[in-house]
Unconditional design. Structure first.
Length: 312
């Protein structure tokens, strides 16, 4: 699906507030449809697997699904699969072609423990959800939390590798969701802004605002992130029961406020400078939107902050 640059700019000039509200309503309808599918399949399995590449909005989507499922009388436990990272042994860790530890690889996850967790939860047995401490780069099982699913309760396991055969294959009955910012913006037949650029912008703004990472460092990581997506994530998206497009027609005009100053501050000698210049020129094609106009429960708040959701 592609969005029209002219329509976006015309709608912003005519009624920006109404345009943003309409876009949020469209995304909410996608969430409602996904919640309907989960509810229908809850008797088949109480396990939901939510996958998608970096910058897709998986966390906010999971929280919105919780709200919708609650309306249907279904209590939800959302679990980040990051907590199933193994304490890495440098001698046995997966490596990139350059020899660095490949943190994008599903081999970083404890698949045996995930499979055991799926099986026990589906049987109504108690499990301990582990806790991975990123500051210490180790899993601390002593900080794990017990979980047992009762009737009308489900568990959403959210992570980039959730649909990977080595994980989803351990519980094929699970309801599988895939989410990504999939829509480009075009000016007639001309591609103006790629969906992958939307995700890069989301990640860069979030990393800068909340993780103390400048855009140059994010760009340095992005090549390996994209390599991991092509190897480990995208090949499994068509196995999803539901595919959700998380792109919002107003997000590039909003992100222009954050991204342009960051992009322009990157040193000229940066090896990815040509890609940055393409991005800068792309932002110039859009009317700007004041971020203050973005709804507190918008998916975009996951990346720009100031939202109503609390992220665990």
């Amino acid at each position: 699906m592609a969005y029209s640059l002219h329509e976006i700019n015309d709608r912003i000039r005519a009624d920006a507030a109404g345009f943003l509200a309409e876009c949020d309503e469209n995304f909410q309808r996608r969430v409602v449809s996904a919640a309907d599918t989960i509810a229908k399949r809850a008797k088949v399995s109480p396990i939901v697997l939510l996958s998608g590449p970096s910058g897709s909005g998986k966390t906010t989507t999971a929280l919105k699904l919780e709200e919708e499922l609650e309306k249907r009388g279904i209590s939800t436990h959302t679990i980040s699969m990051d907590n199933y990272f193994k304490t890495m042994n440098p001698r046995t860790a997966p490596r990139t072609p350059e020899g660095d530890i490949d943190y994008e690889s599903p081999l970083c996850l404890d698949m045996e423990l995930l499979g055991d967790t799926f099986t026990k939860l589906a049987k109504g047995e108690e499990v301990i959800i582990p806790k991975f401490e990123f500051a210490r780069q180790m899993r601390n099982d002593a900080r794990g939390c017990p979980l047992r699913l009762k009737e009308n309760e489900i568990a959403i396991f959210e992570g980039i590798h959730a649909l990977n055969d080595d994980i989803a294959g351990r519980h094929p009955q699970a309801t599988k969701l895939y989410i990504s910012a999939r829509s480009n913006v075009c000016d007639g037949d001309k591609l103006v802004f790629k969906g992958t650029w939307m995700r890069l912008t989301r990640r860069a703004v979030r990393d800068y605002n909340f993780r103390g990472t400048d855009i140059a460092a994010t760009l340095d990581m992005w090549a390996n992130v994209r390599r991991g997506e092509k190897l480990y994530i995208s090949p499994f998206k068509n196995k999803a029961d539901v595919i959700i497009d998380s792109s919002l027609r107003y997000e590039v005009p909003v992100m222009k406020h954050y991204a342009l100053p960051m992009l322009q501050a990157v040193p000229e000698e940066n090896q990815r400078r040509s890609e940055l210049l393409d991005l800068i020129r792309a932002f110039d094609a859009f009317e700007a939107v004041d971020p203050a106009m973005v709804a507190k429960d918008s998916l975009l708040r996951e990346f720009i902050g100031g939202g109503s959701y609390k992220y665990r």
